[in-house]
Write a protein that binds this ligand. Structure first.
Ligand SMILES: [Zn+2]
Length: 333
């Protein structure tokens, strides 16, 4: 770490991350029902007042784990805040400052490590929830499996307040001193320096060159897609072989293919994965217009590759020394 903000970070510990907030909605039955349905929680005390009374809860209650949900600002609130932060740095709260300082230290990645909630009592429909968040701890720089970083813990405290709770944010801290606390949440994150990126891909496996196939790879190095032709019967063949499969002649020469053709068949390889390649990996059997077939890589989206597609070859060089044909969709352009 070239920059060390330890002192500035230490000064933030104990600071609230902004003025206390008030929940947009009172604790209410529809949100409780939606939450319970989404979580698959069928406990009747969340739906049925009689069940709540029977359980000694006085009626319907909110699932305890909804604690933080009541105080969330929603998508529009988040977007509004992010856009204003971009325009005005003086709107930066202590949490923003902490994150900025950590970014400046090079600790630019973030992962949530744990969350602990404590519930003082159940919440009931009609209650108004206010929340205050404080930076509780910022650790020294630690070595972790993800890289060097600092753990930070924020403490959110949740209160039940009534309609007299001030709308003026600057008066809310004083009001919370007299309010009933209903729960807390400690949220810990690790801000860390991402490790150097993964090692470069290993090179592709090299073809074994033989006296039969060397012409093919040498041709590619010169920018030509060469196909073997029997000089006795003119039958084309690929992959290269010493003798003609039709007339058994050992005499041959080559033609230069135009590289145009259509997809005769294909596979999209998912496994097993060789580190030199990207997956899913489409591989096609292309019927060249000259009349033989060739297996090659294709640069067509695996979702959209199809038999019968017109394709055209280009020669791509991999790892600086391996030239291979790659087929693109032939758009006729
Ligand atoms: Zn032949």
């Amino acid at each position: 770490m070239s920059v060390d903000h330890s002192e500035a970070l230490a000064a933030l510990v104990g600071m609230s991350t902004g003025f206390p907030t008030v929940a947009l909605d009172l604790v209410n039955e529809p949100m409780i029902r939606h939450w319970a349905e989404a979580m698959g929680d069928t406990n009747p005390v969340y739906f049925d007042a009689v069940a709540g009374v029977t359980a000694g809860l006085g009626g319907i209650v909110a699932p305890p784990t909804m604690l933080q949900a009541w105080s969330m600002v929603g998508l529009t609130g988040t977007l509004k805040r992010e856009s204003s932060r971009g325009e005005k740095k003086d709107l930066e709260n202590a949490n923003d400052t902490m994150m900025r300082l950590l970014d400046e230290e090079g600790l630019t990645s973030v992962v949530a490590t744990n969350c602990e909630q404590e519930y003082d009592r159940p919440l009931r429909p009609g209650e108004r929830i206010a929340m205050r968040a404080t930076i509780e701890t910022i650790s020294d720089v630690k070595k972790t499996g993800l890289g060097v970083g600092r753990f930070t813990t924020s403490l959110s405290e949740f209160f039940s307040v009534d309609e007299s709770f001030p709308s003026d944010p600057s008066l809310r801290d004083a009001a919370l001193a007299k309010a009933e606390r209903v729960g807390t949440m400690r949220f810990r994150i690790l801000k860390f320096a991402p490790q150097a990126s993964a090692p470069a891909k290993p090179p592709r496996p090299k073809p074994a060159l033989t006296q039969d196939n060397a012409f093919f790879f040498e041709g590619l190095n010169e920018g030509k897609l060469l196909i073997q032709r029997c000089t006795a019967c003119a039958t084309l063949r690929h992959p290269p072989l010493p003798a003609c499969g039709k007339c058994e002649s050992l005499e041959w020469d080559t033609i230069e293919s135009k590289g145009s053709g259509e997809i005769y068949s294909f596979v999209v390889v998912h496994y097993p994965q060789v580190p030199s390649f990207d997956y899913p990996l489409p591989i096609a059997l292309v019927a060249l217009d000259e009349g033989t077939r060739i297996v090659a890589n294709v640069s067509i989206d695996p979702e959209h590759i199809a038999i019968g597609q017109r394709v055209i070859a280009r020669i791509e060089t991999f790892d600086n020394d391996l030239s291979l044909p790659v087929f693109d969709l032939d758009t006729g352009a």
